[in-house]
Design a protein around this ligand. Structure first.
Ligand SMILES: *Cc1c(COP(=O)(O)O)cnc(C)c1O
Length: 726
């Protein structure tokens, strides 16, 4: 039986119950921690992470930084000792007060702020303790949610709870990536199962692959914004259907399309069952595009004609594309589509052929596969790319939709990505800015005048903060590199090599992101001889590299392996380190500690890139190809552009860019870093950091990004319009 819609069945009471159950296990004075533990707000408050970790550092690490698990697993002796410590009790109270204040902070007031948004995405990267993300797309979705909470916008998130999450990475003795998965145990996550008024779990159904698939819903609180996660791991489902929400981005296409059907169709049904009717459905990438089917259904139920229902569904939907290569957009054969959706479109009043044609660029061309992006473009009121450059690329890619129009008039806009400042700016940096920026700078992060005060920061203080952040990273890299190497069965001498040679005062470069071939990790070592020579020069530098290749992407795995073999040489292995199992926690440490953040995508394949923005917020300088965000960010003073010039031949382009990279390192980056005054301060370097923070800080954060989405996009003020329907 389908759950009856009724208001306020949105898991809020379930969350309160979960909090209460945890409270009962804690001494009275520690009980305020239970509510904070069940709200990911803690992860972006300066005090939250530090406090939870300090309760029991070893246990914190064993629980993967999950505060609910930590509090449940605290020994009685430990919690009694903590409760008896007045300093701990004072910190608990301060955290609870800060949490209360954040939950009741003023909300942005503007005309469009009242439009409620359901933000749908296949992945959400909130924190390492909730591994439901693979890379930039998920982290962006997580950052969007956090910013929506800070601004008090009426947003909810909708995604999936993969009970084995995303994969973890190990390299074997040959440097080949191996994947493994760990079960998440949702009961021990900061999540509450959504139940109906009668206490039974809220279940929605959809027909997927011809079977009725039951889905339950988990609620995760992200500050003031709830995230709802679908989960088919229920005994009434077949094992194959339970597998739908097992893993993020499974390789097998049949499961993948089932995931998309679930996210789109069951997702909208779950919202309806919870009594939630968002004004705007925001499809963050095409994975959730089948939501449109259910939106049409909604409109038909209200008595609209089919054409009007289609128009009404489009009117509610906006779409952000993230993929600048045609091959990166999921497409399916008509048979795959038919097997997965079995009957759904027809039930909703679509003739099958009509439905399929909506997913083709050329509707009548039966040889064209059904694409999620074309379908999403057709079924949305507005669409955008995620950087200026990506906007241009997207208009070019999809111009066929608007025959006869100039490419510049193709109505796909762009809203450049940003990152969530409190998540990504290290506490050292935040505390420094607290001293020199206007008191309310955190709430005005998108205001350029606020950032002008960066120029007032004394060079020695800024440099001191940078050195502390680098020193923290160096100690992390030393430890992790020993474990990683021992785990691969290397000699002890080699395992300890980087731990011996890495120094807190050495120029530190970072390169960390999903390892995909277009990200061109191999450029770092194309001219091996020269790279090795530079690494070990009189003015040395050290490099940390991290990232996962998609399990099916053997080419990317080979590029990791190539680096691995190079790294086995002693002259390299001491200064260059590959850290396994890149995740949000490692990313936070890397972007805070690295002096220079390297990004070498093959243009124009980087839609935006966000890790560089995170580094920028911490005073890292960018050494990057002018693609994605960097193309619109670089102004000559705020970092460096690696540009070997254009070539039609990829190999030639690689050689040029690799050369340009080493030229810049040798002639500018390295000398500038080591050019010190008598007090040891590199003044020109510090000037660059200031220029970077001042010019980029206000632009590449989610405060600016969310305002852009709200004002230019969700409000529907007629800037953009979808393509004609087939
Ligand atoms: C920011 C981030 C990414 C995205 O980095 P890009 O530079 O956009 O490739 C990927 N993974 C993690 C864990 C991140 O924090």
């Amino acid at each position: 039986m389908e759950s009856t819609p009724r208001p306020h069945v949105d898991g809020e009471a379930d969350m309160a119950e979960a909090v209460h159950a945890l409270e009962l296990t804690l001494p009275l004075v520690l009980r305020p921690l239970a509510r904070v533990a069940y709200n990911y707000w803690w992860s972006w408050s300066v005090e939250g992470r530090e406090l939870f970790e300090s309760l029991d550092p070893a246990l914190w690490e064993r629980t993967g930084g999950n505060p609910v698990r930590l509090l449940y697993d605290l020994s009685v002796a430990r919690s009694e000792a903590l409760a008896a410590d007045p300093a701990v009790v004072a910190r608990v109270q301060a955290l609870a007060t800060a949490f209360y204040a954040a939950m009741h902070a003023p909300r942005v007031a503007s005309a469009e702020a009242g439009r409620s948004v359901a933000f749908m995405c296949a992945e959400f990267g909130l924190d390492a303790s909730l591994p439901l993300y693979a890379g930039g797309l998920g982290v962006l979705a997580g950052d969007y949610m956090k910013e929506a909470s800070d601004q008090g916008r009426p947003v909810i998130g909708l995604g999936m709870l993969y009970w084995e999450g995303a994969f973890h990475q190990r390299l074997d003795g040959q440097g080949w990536q191996q994947e493994y998965w760990l079960e998440l145990e949702p009961e021990r996550l900061p999540a509450a199962l959504v139940t109906r008024a009668d206490g039974a779990p809220l279940i929605v159904h959809a027909s997927i692959r011809g079977r009725r698939v039951a889905t339950r819903v988990w609620r995760v609180d992200v500050g003031r914004v709830p995230l709802f996660l679908l989960d088919t791991d229920l005994p009434e489902n077949t094992l194959v259907d339970r597998w739908i929400t097992a893993r993020l981005y499974v390789g097998d296409r049949e499961t993948r399309i089932a995931q998309y059907a679930l996210l789109g169709v069951s997702g909208i049904r779950a919202l309806r069952a919870m009594g939630i009717t968002p004004d705007v459905i925001h499809l963050n990438e095409g994975h959730a595009a089948f939501a449109s089917l259910e939106l049409v259904h909604d409109a038909l139920e209200q008595g609209l004609s089919f054409d009007d229902a289609l128009a009404a569904a489009r009117e509610r939907t906006v779409f952000t594309t993230h993929t600048p290569v045609a091959a990166g957009n999921d497409t399916f054969s008509e048979t795959e589509l038919h097997d997965a959706l079995n009957g759904i479109p027809e039930q909703l009043g679509f003739a099958w052929d009509q439905f399929v044609s909506l997913g083709r660029v050329r509707p009548e061309d039966r040889s064209e596969r059904f694409g999620l992006t074309p379908f999403a473009l057709r079924m949305s009121r507005a669409a955008n790319g995620v950087s200026r450059r990506h906007g241009e690329v997207s208009r070019e890619m999809w111009r066929e939709f608007w025959p006869g129009r100039d490419v510049a008039d193709v109505p796909i806009g762009h809203i450049t990505n940003g990152v969530h400042l409190p998540t990504w700016m290290d506490p050292h940096m935040q505390r420094l800015l607290d001293r020199y920026l206007p008191a309310d700078w955190r709430n005005r992060a998108a205001d350029p005048t606020v950032w002008e005060a960066v120029e007032q920061i004394p060079a020695d203080e800024l440099w001191d903060a940078r050195c502390r952040m680098r020193a923290n990273l160096v100690s992390f890299v030393r430890d992790r590199s020993v474990w990683d190497r021992l785990g691969r069965g290397t000699s002890t001498a080699y395992a300890e090599l980087a731990a011996r040679l890495w120094q807190p005062g050495t120029l530190t470069l970072g390169f960390a992101r999903r390892i995909a071939t277009y990200k061109r990790l191999y450029l770092l070592a194309m001219d091996q001889h020269r790279s090795v020579h530079l690494l070990n020069g009189a003015q040395p530098f050290q490099v940390v590299i991290a990232g996962k290749a998609h399990p099916q992407d053997d080419e990317a795995k080979r590029s990791v392996q190539g680096f691995f073999h190079l790294n086995a040489q002693e002259a390299v292995g001491g200064r260059a380190v590959f850290l396994e199992d890149y995740d949000l926690d490692m990313a936070r440490r890397l972007v805070a500690g690295c002096d220079v953040w390297v990004n070498l995508p093959r243009p124009p394949f980087e839609a935006s890139g966000t890790s560089g923005m995170k580094s920028m917020l911490n005073g890292g300088l960018q050494l990057a190809v002018p693609d994605g965000w960097w193309e619109e960010a670089y102004d000559g003073m705020n970092g460096w552009v690696v540009d070997g010039g254009f070539s039609h031949d990829p190999a030639e382009q690689d050689a040029r860019d690799a050369g340009a990279l080493l030229d810049l390192l040798e002639s500018q980056v390295v000398p500038l870093f080591y050019n010190r005054d008598v007090a040891g301060i590199p003044h020109t370097w510090v000037e660059r950091i200031k220029a970077s923070l001042r010019t980029l800080g206000p632009r590449f954060n989610t405060a600016r990004m969310l305002s852009d989405y709200a004002e230019r996009y969700n409000a529907g003020v007629g800037v953009l319009s979808g393509p004609p329907l087939a």
